[in-house]
Design a protein around this ligand. Structure first.
Ligand code: HSE
Length: 314
């Protein structure tokens, strides 16, 4: 019988320019690791958190990973099981790369793996989203879904968690830069106008529909024409220093499209092939380098496996 598991859950890019709160994809790195093991003491406990500089709570109910695990165990009528959790943060907080979602997705995958459950990842989704909700109060799965399932995910309804996995064209890669400036998700949401003009709605839905079509057909030219956010990005761009310059540099250097990752401050570009993505990230990086803004870059294929068991001990 399995006694301990270690799970990796990847970072993710939400919104993807054209799908505010409903679209996301997972990247190969960075990501979080969650360890779960059986214990003789009844109940769920968080026994170790690393990589968080002491910022995350050990109380299960207040912790995104802890609460996600607790919700899943309650759903399965196993709340009394003795389980210890370790949370190893291996990605930045507040970066717009779905850090809390990765912890929540990793936690449900760890519980599922430890218990040897045949439940699908989709059946674990609600518990993971409830866990992630502890971070910003909002119930939306645009980071949790790609982190758990991998690939591109489309959310028809966040309330019903009606989630559709979309195909990933061969060769599609991401170049991501995280400038170390603070953008609070709450501020980035509060800044948005509740009004949307008919003209903007028509343009954005056209781009969203065409982008999804391009994922199915692998039509990269259509993808490049579609990856334009005419709704959210114009309202948020000023929150990220040098955003326009970075976007222009990406588009001039092999990017199919470039926009804000989630609520920011990270910026992503989609590219055809890993070498194009590597060429694309350099001029993006040079802008923050010149401005003296510390930053971190990630270039990878689209992660297509989502949260994964990486080790188990019997
Ligand atoms: N879609 C959210 C936003 C961020 O842009 O505010 C990720 O959940």
């Amino acid at each position: 019988m399995i006694q301990e598991v270690r799970v990796f859950a990847p970072a993710s890019v939400a919104n993807v320019a054209v799908g505010y709160d409903i679209l996301g994809f997972a990247i190969e790195k960075p990501g979080d690791e969650i360890v779960a093991r059986f214990s003789d003491t009844p109940g769920l406990r968080i026994v170790s958190i690393t990589g968080d500089n002491g910022r995350l709570p050990y109380e299960v109910e207040k912790n995104t990973a802890g609460y996600a695990a607790q919700r899943l165990l309650a759903q399965w009528g196993k709340a009394e099981l003795g389980i210890e959790l370790e949370i190893h943060k291996k990605m930045p907080f507040g970066s717009g790369l779905g850090s809390s979602a990765a912890s929540a997705a990793g936690a449900v995958m760890a519980i599922k793996s430890l218990l040897g459950s045949s439940a699908t990842k989709m059946q674990c989704m609600r518990a993971a989203v409830e866990g992630e909700q502890k971070a910003d109060g909002a119930f939306h799965a645009d980071n949790v879904a790609p982190s758990l399932l991998g690939g591109f995910t489309l959310i028809r309804s966040n309330k019903a968690l009606d989630i559709i996995s979309l195909p990933v064209p061969n060769d599609l890669c991401a170049a991501v830069i995280y400038p170390k400036v603070e953008v609070l998700t709450k501020s980035a949401r509060d800044i948005l106008s509740p009004q949307l003009s008919l003209t903007t709605c028509i343009a954005q839905t056209g781009n969203l529909a065409a982008f999804i079509s391009s994922l199915y057909t692998g039509d990269f030219e259509l993808m490049a024409r579609s990856l334009q956010d005419v709704w959210i990005e114009p309202q948020r761009a000023s929150l990220i220093p040098y955003f326009k310059e970075v976007q222009e540099a990406a588009k001039a250097n092999h990017a199919l499209g470039c926009s804000i990752s989630g609520a920011g401050p990270s910026i992503f570009a989609l590219c055809r092939g890993i070498s194009q993505a590597e060429k694309c990230i350099e001029p993006m990086r040079a802008i923050f380098q010149k401005a003296g803004i510390p930053h971190q870059t990630y270039v990878s294929a689209i992660n297509q496996t989502g949260a994964t068991l990486i080790n188990k001990t019997n």
